[in-house]
Design a protein around this ligand. Structure first.
Ligand code: DAH
Length: 358
């Protein structure tokens, strides 16, 4: 007999009906389980669950029992609870099975091929200018120089006036730079520094002698051809102390060049020149004894003994302190070291060029 048929009976249930009811409940639970298994979508399963709960309502059974028969009510209650627990467990299993199926279907749909080789990461390299910059810092640090840093947007005073290069002086045109549409406290337009020399003054005003420092950085000039770029790099060197001489400068710079080019087979010459901020002034030239560049003097940097007027702008007494300064292009050194003939190659970001420095 089906559970529903028992409930539909007009007669009241008595104790001897109990085995019949229990049997019907067991069969009913099997049917519910089958319905759960037949449900293939979570929504269908939840519908079956609602039906099952309704069919196991104790209230429906109690209507068929004589109100005074407590024993039968208790027995019925226990049997229904037992059936409900089984249904609940079946529901839990079926929910989990449907969730697993859904997950597997998704994984299959994504067609994950774990045998596919990974994508190769393109790892960048250090740009030849940065390498050269780092190399210069390392070498000078190894001979006792500090490394400084300063602004690329500079005032007129630090760029020129403090370096003994007064307004309207023709030497200013050696360094025609870019101006910024903003003025400093003296009413002069700010500029992109045309050289790292302003950092001599900034550095010396912030440090007490003896001073031994280099300051590498970006510099700007209105210039553009195979050996000039509107943005380029320089490094400034400054040595301020009480008893030093041009011989010290020459020895330091020669040591630097020998280490930088990894050869002792080179000659260094100080060729008289003019800079407003040094007196005397010299261009530093190098000539290699071997290799593709052998036998030619190559200009490397400007240098000289710091002019007394500039020492005064450092905030120091030129009667007591003397200074030696030098400044040169980082691109120039990189071009010589790596045999690069056109400076613009450094800025074109052409991988065929850059990959040679891996
Ligand atoms: N600032 C100069 C330039 O850009 C180079 C230079 C010359 C720097 C002589 C110095 C120096 O420190 O003493 O052309």
């Amino acid at each position: 007999m089906k559970l529903q048929d028992i409930l539909d009976l007009k007669a009241q249930l008595v104790e001897s009906d109990l085995p019949k009811v229990k049997q019907a409940l067991r069969e009913h639970v099997q049917e519910v389980k089958a319905a759960f298994l037949a449900a293939t979508r979570p929504a269908d399963l939840e519908n079956e669950k609602a039906k099952a709960i309704k069919s196991l309502s104790f209230k429906e059974f109690v209507k068929r029992v004589d109100g005074a028969n407590q024993t039968l009510k208790k027995e019925l209650g226990a049997a229904i609870n037992e059936a409900a627990r089984t249904v609940e467990e079946e529901l839990r299993l079926r929910r989990k099975a449907l969730a697993d199926e859904a997950m597997n279907a998704r994984l299959n749909a994504e067609k994950l091929d774990v045998t596919l080789p990974g994508r190769i990461q393109q790892i960048g390299t250090i740009h030849p200018i940065s390498r050269t910059w780092m190399r210069i810092e390392e070498i000078f640090a190894s001979i006792g120089f500090e490394v400084g840093d300063g602004p690329e947007i500079e005032t007129d005073w630090y760029s020129f006036t403090a370096l003994n290069n007064p307004e309207n002086h023709p030497a200013r045109s050696m360094q025609d730079t870019f101006y910024v549409d903003a003025k400093d406290s003296e009413g002069h337009f700010l500029c992109l520094r045309p050289h790292t020399s302003p950092m001599q003054v900034r550095y010396a005003r912030m440090h007490l002698p003896p001073i031994k420092a280099i300051v590498p950085g970006r510099t700007y000039r209105v210039d553009s051809d195979a050996t000039h770029s509107p943005m380029f790099h320089q490094f400034e060197g400054l040595w301020v102390d009480e008893y030093i001489s041009l011989a010290d400068l020459k020895s330091i710079y020669t040591q630097f060049l020998e280490q930088f080019f990894e050869t002792k087979k080179l000659n260094v010459r100080f060729r008289p020149s003019y800079f407003p901020f040094t007196e005397p002034s010299a261009e530093i030239d190098v000539m290699f004894e071997e290799g593709a560049l052998a036998g030619r003097w190559l200009e490397i940097a400007g240098s000289g003994q710091v002019h007394p007027a500039v020492i005064r702008n450092y905030g120091l007494d030129p009667e007591r302190y003397m200074g030696f300064a030098f400044g040169g292009g980082i691109e120039r050194l990189a071009m010589l070291r790596y045999g690069v003939s056109d400076l613009r190659l450094f800025y074109e970001n052409d991988l065929r060029f850059l990959n040679q420095f891996v």
